[in-house]
Design a protein around this ligand. Structure first.
Ligand SMILES: [Zn+2]
Length: 135
């Protein structure tokens, strides 16, 4: 949906509905000497609301301050939030800690176990490992 362009009729209606006052600084707008613009109370980028309830006249300078100081950061934040929500932006990953300190005790290698008989050989006597001796 493209952004609406306001006609002279729209501007006149919005100007009259607000008694020709800038809704940001509250002062009267001199339509001949001062530039003024139709301003969205809640940024259009956030709501896509072009209804008269969301439109007010504002000095061009007041409008510029609001747009760059309030609206733009809010719009950028909403876009970042949406990108995370849809998965378009992936999370950066977990914060890694330093981990555990190395053990002060030196590691001793384990002693190898004695070989085991894995299968019975015909004719061979079976002897249990570490069996009785001197019987
Ligand atoms: Zn103003």
């Amino acid at each position: 949906m493209p952004r609406k362009r306001f006609t002279a009729k729209d501007r006149a209606r919005i100007f009259a509905a607000n008694n020709g006052c800038c809704h940001l600084c509250g002062q009267k707008i001199d339509g001949v000497r001062e530039g003024w613009e139709v301003e969205h109370v809640i940024a259009w980028e956030l709501t896509r609301d072009d209804s008269d309830a969301n439109l007010r006249p504002a000095h061009a300078s007041c409008h510029k301050i609001k747009t760059h100081g309030e609206d733009r950061p809010a719009i950028n934040k909403a876009k970042r939030r949406e990108a995370r929500h849809t998965g378009a932006k992936r999370p950066a990953g977990r914060i890694r800690s330093a981990g555990f300190a190395p053990s002060p005790k030196p590691k001793t290698p384990k002693q190898a176990l004695p070989p085991r008989m894995m299968f019975a050989v015909p004719g061979a006597l079976w002897q249990p490992i570490g069996g009785r001796d001197g019987d």
